[in-house]
Design a protein around this ligand. Structure first.
Ligand code: GAL
Length: 820
């Protein structure tokens, strides 16, 4: 009895949330709170009467493995990684992050649906569940979806109890060992929605909007809208569509009736006059609001957000957006959010994109799987072009229990869902059907490529298709690359000319580039190029000269991007460090997160950030020097100083003494993009660069000082006001500084976090790939003097105070306001 009361209360609450978000007639329930969860297998948990009182109460999105503990034996793999050109198998300890994602877990939710009255339809939409999801409603199986990255929906009309009765939703998930090359996460890590509609309605992802004609004066908008209706009900259906601009002003409208021969799909053409075009620089969005009537009765209202923009990929010219040629300044990213794991969070994604925007990045590749819908929505809003990717393997496996086992049965269904969900988003400018698939070498691999590409064309003729290819010989000689709309190559800058000559398309994309490795704040001496270099501390140098057997340093790709007009851009591996794949330390526990990121796992930029920024962000000046200048014991030793800048030249001063002026030059690939003083000898004090413009005028300067003893903690937040929705986040950078405020770049202090008021400590990270400290604990050591503390709002508006303490240091405090 008590339990039921509790449920009814819950329900009221969710109805309340729904009313804010809901459109007038269809109801959308976000199933995010009060789930019960338990790891292990509990087949009886499908039954409504099953007792889950002792299970943990969790919110969804939820990642069951992110709280660890880390252990090199979690998903330990003795493998030879073929695409890394390894000759022999070796034991890989941190390949999937050393986190306990393998195994089975169950989720259960009790809920009532007040809007589910007789004659209504109900659909469950999972944005993604990791993995092998089996969904049960009131004891009956509603559906199965194996691929953990995809969105899927299930019609549960016949399974759901009517309004006023309690329902039980149970979800069984199972992750296999050796099923991934990185940390996949575990659990219902994306949102779950329930839609209740009339019998006559527009189904999930039921619209397809294109803009076939765009010019200055007008844009033609073509909107196809599917309708589902009981037999015989389609006779008198009418669709009224309004297009609203960003200010909600109606700029076009059109009404049409469904004819018998229309096959339950409306097709409407509208004209938007003087359209504002979408681009990364001007991410202007419109919304088509469609109202579906049966006779005089409103049956559904459906919103399709879109942008007006044209894309072209042409031989010799390359890629153009809205008629202007440009090259992709892109990054590849995995789906995990570092210390938050894979549980999707809009504030975390927005924070990532904000940093990337500042770097001048304009494109994201969702390697190697379909993204969270929140990421696509943010790319639409903030202005990023997207390569939405589907698979890391086809028929031939890369990992023993990977997608290859599902490929034959599921590939088409997975592609269809991916495309139907995201094809109205202006940010999406190409689909990728695969990454480094071994089928490049297999007999008939090109036929698979053709088949998958044809599916994409069938579902969306407006966007081209690519594959990230690594096996260049096979890709070129087995007619694989030639089949694709966009030939995409991973780590092949030295092949671009040959490949382009051998291929019919007339342009080439760097689908994956660089894979330079570095640890933030770590510098190794002597400075020089290093391939797969390992050091005793399991770190890599931030002089940005270290790379892998198959990869390059950034400048080697820049040269090709700048010199070859037919190369249409690059997607750097990776924007952010991610959990798992700790190359070059795959076999050296405790490394368990990547070194590839331009930005580290704690969302703190590495030096490389400024190298890319100096090239990509053409609207803001960049002037950055490295390394830090606190090297007790290195006095008199060669300690090169690099400057990443978009000024053409700069002069370095060490304690006021000029080390000469350096200008960018074509001497080699590095001197084109970096200013380097290679012979500087370390002496404590100040290093300073003065930058000169093209006329030789001193215009900016930057300096780094030798730090004294750790003295206090300095805090700075990415946002000081966040939304009181229990989800929003603020990222706070904590720095250990000396008395004068200089960062202590060698500090290792243990910091403790306390949050009072309307919020809580959510997670922390220090960017050290070898750290086994747990992200959710309210304490952590700084790495190279820094870490990131993430706090989360409660549902109460007000304020929270964060205090960060450490023995022997003056504490730092900061207030974050939370608003409704
Ligand atoms: C590529 C692969 C990526 C990642 C990267 C590391 O070959 O596509 O997923 O493994 O190498 O350099």
């Amino acid at each position: 009895m008590i339990r039921i009361k509790h449920i009814a209360h819950l329900l009221l609450f969710s109805v309340l949330t729904v009313q804010v978000a809901a459109q007038s007639i269809r109801k959308e329930y976000l199933l995010d709170k009060n789930w019960k969860f338990k790891q292990g297998d509990y087949p009886d948990a499908v039954e409504s009467r099953f007792n889950d009182l002792k299970w943990k109460t969790v919110s969804v999105p939820h990642d069951w493995a992110i709280k660890g503990p880390f252990d090199g034996n979690n998903d330990l793999q003795k493998v030879r990684i073929e695409q890394n050109l390894e000759k022999e198998a070796s034991v890989k300890s941190g390949r999937t992050g050393g986190l306990p994602f393998v195994g089975t877990g169950w989720y259960r939710l009790k809920f009532m649906v007040p809007g589910f009255l007789p004659g209504k339809k109900a659909v469950l939409l999972f944005d993604g569940a990791m993995s092998n999801a089996r969904v049960y409603v009131n004891g009956k199986e509603a559906g199965f979806w194996p691929y953990g990255y995809n969105s899927f929906h299930l019609d549960v009309t016949s399974l759901l109890n009517p309004a006023g009765e309690v329902n039980t939703l149970a979800v069984r998930l199972e992750n296999f060992s050796q099923s991934s090359r990185w940390y996949p996460g575990a659990g219902i890590y994306r949102n779950v929605h329930l839609f209740v509609t009339e019998d006559v309605h527009i189904p999930v992802w039921g619209t397809y909007l294109t803009t076939p004609v765009i010019n200055k004066e007008f844009a033609k908008v073509n909107l196809k809208t599917k309708v589902e209706a009981p037999a015989g009900k389609a006779a008198d259906l009418r669709l009224e569509t309004e297009i609203r601009d960003a200010r909600e002003t109606v700029v076009a409208s059109f009404t049409s009736n469904l004819k018998e021969f229309d096959d339950l799909e409306f097709e409407q053409n509208l004209v938007v006059k003087n359209p504002f075009l979408w681009s990364p620089e001007t991410p202007v969005l419109y919304t088509a609001v469609s109202r579906l009537y049966e006779g005089k009765t409103l049956k559904d209202e459906y919103k399709t957000r879109f942008g007006i923009r044209s894309i072209k990929y042409e031989a010799a010219k390359g890629f153009s957006l809205n008629g202007e040629i440009r090259k992709f300044k892109g990054v590849c990213n995995h789906h995990d959010l570092g210390p938050l794991g894979t549980a999707v969070n809009t504030a975390a994604l927005r924070h990532q994109l904000t940093l990337l925007k500042d770097m001048g990045c304009d494109a994201i590749r969702t390697s190697h799987n379909m993204p969270a819908p929140e990421l696509v929505a943010l790319c639409d809003e903030m202005g990023f072009m997207m390569m939405v990717e589907s698979f890391d393997e086809w028929k031939t496996p890369k990992v023993k229990n990977g997608y290859s086992q599902y490929f034959d049965e599921w590939a088409e269904k997975d592609l269809v869902n991916m495309i139907h969900r995201d094809r109205n988003s202006p940010s999406v400018v190409m689909w990728s059907i695969g990454n480094e698939v071994p089928d490049q070498s297999a007999e008939g691999g090109n036929k698979i490529a053709k088949r998958l590409q044809d599916i994409c064309h069938r579902e969306d003729p407006t966007r081209p298709v690519t594959v990230g290819m690594d096996r260049i010989n096979d890709a070129l000689t087995k007619n694989f690359a030639a089949v694709l709309d966009i030939p995409g190559f991973n780590y092949k800058p030295t092949w671009y000319e040959r490949a382009n000559n051998a291929l019919p398309q007339g342009f080439i994309l760097g689908t994956e580039t660089a894979s330079t490795v570095s640890s933030r704040g770590v510098y190794k001496f002597p400075v020089g190029f290093q391939k797969m270099k390992q050091y005793d501390d399991n770190q890599s140098s931030s002089y940005d000269f270290e790379y892998c057997n198959w990869s390059q340093v950034p400048d080697d790709e820049f040269v090709k991007q700048d010199d070859l007009p037919f190369v249409i851009g690059e997607f750097v591996w990776t924007g952010f460090d991610y959990l798992g794949e700790p190359t070059p330390y795959d076999s050296k526990w405790p490394s368990h997160s990547s070194y590839f990121g331009i930005i580290d796992l704690a969302s703190i930029p590495k030096d490389r950030f400024y190298l890319y920024r100096s090239k990509w962000n053409t609207s803001k000046p960049t002037l950055h020097i490295l390394p830090h200048w606190t090297w007790p014991g290195r006095e008199g030793e060669i300690t090169p100083v690099f400057c990443y800048t978009n000024y053409p030249s700069a002069e370095l001063f060490v304690n006021g003494k000029s080390m000469g002026r350096q200008s960018k030059s074509n001497t080699n690939n590095q001197t084109r993009y970096r200013l380097m003083w290679n012979d500087v000898k370390y002496e404590p004090g100040v290093i300073k660069v003065v930058a000169y413009d093209k006329d030789g005028k001193a215009v900016a300067s930057e300096e780094v000082k030798t730090a004294g003893k750790p003295h206090h903690i300095e805090l700075s937040a990415n946002r000081t006001e966040i939304i009181a929705d229990g989800k929003d986040l603020a990222y706070i950078t904590a720095k250990v500084c000396d008395a004068e405020g200089n960062l202590c770049p060698q500090a290792t202090n243990l910091l403790q976090f306390k949050v009072k008021g309307d919020g809580r400590h959510k997670a922390a990270a220090n960017g050290d790939a070898t750290s086994l400290e747990l992200f959710h604990h309210p304490q952590m050591h700084v790495f190279k003097g820094m870490l990131t503390e993430i706090v989360q709002s409660s549902e109460k508006s007000g304020a929270m105070q964060l205090t960060v303490k450490s023995k022997g240091l003056k504490s730092g405090t900061l207030t974050i306001r939370t608003i409704k």
